[in-house]
Structures are given as structure tokens and as C-alpha cells.
Design a protein around this ligand. Structure first.
Ligand code: PLP
Length: 455
């Protein structure tokens, strides 16, 4: 029988997943995999929790769908209130939540909202949303335009407007060749410098991932960076959009990562963990002053998707939050993250492990030819993919990405397990990685002319 699904890649064969339970995914051929990446930093409470399915089924039989331009529902209203209660304090009182079906839709919504905000205020020139290179904000063309992930942009480059990117804050490979703290987070001033070059009168907003997820591999900025970015946005009068699709909903140990630096953006994007993968759901948290600009202006946001605020997805979001609250899962992230971080650190004994970094339960492992020189592997060696496949053989799922060094070269693995991961599972996860990395060091590195063990 021929395959009917249009796959992400025609070059690989996909195991057929049939069941999930806790931190494990089971396949049709009877194998069990530890979900060390939560899919792509999605699964927070674990797989196969029956009460979530029941809540969704109840909502589906009661009211599966209404169009958000015609009705609001209690289930979405309740979730909006709960999301706001988790948001930074300045957003809580008069903020609003716009629900989408995922992260890319959340980004599109924010780009258009930032534009309409300025139109409503009579500043019709403003439309550009400035962003950072080495970032990812989604797959749709608007979201990809503000993304800086070279590999994901490349085939679509002619279709993407260039609104301005500044270098990332990436201390392991500082684009400005400086060192923290002597640098005084000069990379944040790149935003000021970009706004000084050319005209800034058409800039509507700046978007960034407070902790860069897939593209750089869990890179959190040092203290002072986010605060400076927020200060520049305020001083220059542009909106600050924090893309917390990956870093939000507890993933870094606080409900939203911006809390680590006491920053309150104008807009926060949410996705992935908001329904822990039980339903496609995203959200845009909008500060009161932005929502009021629309409500007191024309009164309607010229935007919308058919499945906005889907009742079944909202029911999943509420049920997931119920579970998180009952099991106190947000407060588990930091201690379990420390335990996982310590265990992952042990991999630094390999010369091919350049850096282990992260925050909460969002980690990146950067693989290099030689940890001393930090030289990346050639892109076509596909090292991250190889390690991922070897770890998979050992029963461990990771999320491999390339391009962290310069957009093309640089291999890393994203590690973002469910918040329910246990000590025994952490040992399994690290053992799987150890197996894969030691194999790389032994079989491939010698052939590439590298060293075989760190001094
Ligand atoms: N923003 C960030 C930071 C992401 O990591 C992603 C997905 O990886 C997106 C946006 C896009 O989300 P989605 O894939 O749900 O459309």
C-alpha cells in the first residue's frame, strides 16, 4: 500500500507512533522512546493523561465549534483569565488574550496587531517589525520574515520582506567578539544602532525570543540584556513583542521567561506548552494599553482565523492548567532542571561537546569539532542529525538543529522533556546521549582529524 502522508522529509522513514504514556512514546513495532524533547518543547505534563482527553471529549460533545466573530465561549473566557493571571503583573489587570491554533498564527497576529496599533494612533508609516538573526518565529511568511533562521528562510528568500535584523545575544559565539560582563551587553545597543541607521519612523515593534529555542539551542541572555532591550523599545517608542512560544508556560522555571529579568513586554506570544500537545493552541497576550488603542479606536481588529479560540482546544488548555496546578508542576521545573543540567554537564568530558546551556527544562547541547577551538563541524556532516539518530536507537528522543554557529554550520540538540521527568529517566536520557556522543567521538572524529578526548 502506498503512503498517503506528505512527509516532512521524503529521505527518511518514520516510525508509526501509537501511544503515549507519561514521558514515553510507543511505536507500532513495540518500541518505547523516552521523549527527551517533548516533541519540540511542547509536552509539559506528559503523554496519555486521560483526564485531558475526557475534558476535550466533553467539550466536543457539548459545543465543538462556533466562529469567534459570532460567539465567545465560557471555556475560552476562563482560559484567557487564567493565562492573564500568569502574565507579568503590568499585563494582568487590563490585558487581553487572543487565541490562535499555534505559534506561527500567534506571531502573524502580533505582527498585524502591532501594525494596526500604529494605524489607530494615526502613525500610519509604522509597519516594520525589527527582529534578530538566529531566531525563529514561525513557518508562515510573515513569521518567517521576522525570523532569522537562515536555513528555514533560504528557499523562500524572494518571498520575504527584509525589515531589519540585529545580531543575537549569543555569548558562546559573541557576534561582536566581546566578553560578558566587560561587554556591558553591547549587543542590546545594536537595536538602538539599527534604529539610528536609516529612518526609524516606520518601525512598529521589535520581536525576540527571550530564550532562543530551536535556532540557537536554548540560549538565554545574561542579566541586563532583556532589561536594556525593554528600555530601548520604551525610549524609542516601539512595541516589544516577546515570543515565548517555546520558553513560555513554565518551560524555563517561571510562567514566562521575561520574568527572570523583570521585563513586561507589550505583547507575549504563547504556543506549544499551553495545551501540552493535547490540542493545537496558541495565544497572544496583549497589554491593556495596546488592546485599548483598538477598542477605543475603530473598535475591531482586522484579522482572524476560522479556528480562533476553538472550544475543544481551550478545554484542553484549561485541563492542562488544572493538572499543572494540582501537581504543582511549574515549581518542579527549576529543581528538576538543575538535576538534568548537572547530568548533561557530564557530557562535557567529550571533546565534541562544546557547550551545555539552558534554563529550567530547556537545554541545548552544542556539538563542535573541538571544544577548545569551538570550530563547528562542516554542515554536510549532519552531526546533530547523526547524534539524534544514534540516541533514538538507544531509545531517547532529542531535537536536532543545524546552523547555530553562523546560520549554516553549527550543530546542536534541543533537550526539553516533560516537567514530569524523573531521576531514573534523566539517567536514561543522559545514557542515550552518552552512547551517541561517545560513538561519534570514537568512529567519526578520528576520521575528521580531531582529537578523541578532552585533556
Ligand atoms: N515561535 C517560536 C519561538 C517557536 O519555537 C515556534 C515553533 O517552533 C514558533 C514560533 C512557531 O510555532 P508553530 O510551529 O506552533 O506554528
Amino acid at each position: 500500500m502506498s503512503e498517503a502522508i506528505f512527509p516532512r522529509s521524503f529521505l527518511k522513514t518514520y516510525p508509526r507512533a501509537v501511544r503515549g504514556e507519561g514521558c514515553f512514546v510507543f511505536t507500532a513495532d513495540g518500541r518505547r522512546f523516552l521523549d527527551g524533547a517533548g516533541g519540540a518543547a511542547v509536552v509539559t505534563i506528559g503523554h496519555g493523561i486521560e483526564e485531558i482527553g475526557r475534558a476535550m471529549a466533553e467539550q466536543a460533545s457539548l459545543l465543538a465549534y462556533v466562529h469567534s466573530s459570532q460567539y465567545h465561549t465560557g471555556v475560552a473566557e476562563k482560559l484567557a483569565r487564567r493565562i492573564l493571571s500568569l502574565a507579568p503583573s503590568q499585563m494582568r489587570n487590563s490585558g487581553r488574550v487572543y487565541f490562535t491554533s499555534g505559534g506561527s498564527e500567534a506571531t502573524e497576529t502580533a505582527l498585524k496587531l502591532a501594525r494596526q496599533y500604529w494605524v489607530e494612533r494615526g502613525e500610519k508609516k509604522r509597519y516594520r517589525v525589527v527582529s534578530r538573526s538566529q531566531s525563529y518565529h514561525g513557518a508562515t511568511l510573515g513569521a518567517l520574515a521576522v525570523s532569522g533562521n537562515q536555513r528555514r528562510r533560504e528557499p523562500y528568500a524572494p518571498m520575504l520582506p527584509e525589515w531589519g535584523h540585529i545580531p543575537p545575544c549569543y555569548c558562546y559565539r559573541c557576534p561582536l567578539k566581546l566578553e560578558y560582563p566587560a561587554c556591558n551587553v553591547d549587543c542590546a545597543d545594536e537595536l538602538d544602532r539599527l534604529l539610528d541607521r536609516g529612518s526609524a519612523e516606520d518601525v512598529a515593534a521589535f520581536i525576540l525570543e527571550p530564550v532562543v529555542g530551536a535556532t540557537l539551542g536554548a540560549v538565554a541572555p545574561p542579566d541586563g540584556y532583556m532589561q536594556r532591550i525593554a528600555e530601548v523599545c520604551k525610549r524609542r517608542g516601539i512595541l516589544l513583542i516577546a515570543d515565548e512560544v517555546m520558553s513560555g508556560m513554565g518551560r524555563t522555571g517561571t510562567a514566562f521567561a521575561v520574568e527572570h529579568w523583570g521585563v513586561s513586554p507589550d505583547i507575549i506570544l504563547v504556543g506549544k506548552g499551553i495545551a501540552s500537545g493535547y490540542a493545537p493552541l496558541g495565544a497572544v497576550i496583549v497589554a491593556g494599553h495596546v488592546a485599548e488603542t483598538i477598542s477605543r479606536g475603530t473598535g475591531s481588529f482586522v484579522h482572524g482565523f476560522t479556528f480562533d479560540a476553538h472550544p475543544v482546544a481551550a478545554a484542553a488548555g484549561n485541563a492542562v492548567l488544572d493538572y499543572i496546578e494540582r501537581e504543582n508542576l511549574f515549581s518542579r521545573v527549576e529543581p528538576v532542571g538543575d538535576e538534568l543540567g548537572d547530568a548533561l554537564e557530564s557530557l562535557q568530558r567529550y571533546s565534541v561537546v562544546g557547550d551545555v546551556r539552558g534554563k529550567g527544562l530547556l537545554f541545548g547541547i552544542e556539538l563542535v569539532r573541538d571544544a577548545k577551538t569551538r570550530e563547528p563541524f562542516p554542515a554536510d556532516a549532519q552531526i546533530a542529525l547523526r547524534i539524534h539518530e544514534d540516541a533514538l536507537e538507544a531509545g531517547v528522543i532529542t531535537y536536532p538543529v543545524q546552523g547555530c554557529a553562523d546560520g549554516t554550520r553549527g550543530d546542536h540538540l534541543l533537550i526539553a522533556p516533560p516537567f514530569t521527568i524523573t531521576s531514573t529517566m534523566i539517567q536514561m536520557l543522559v545514557a542515550g546521549l552518552d552512547h551517541a556522543i561517545s560513538d561519534l567521538e570514537r568512529t567519526h572524529l578520528a576520521g575528521m582529524g580531531g582529537t578523541t578526548a578532552r585533556a
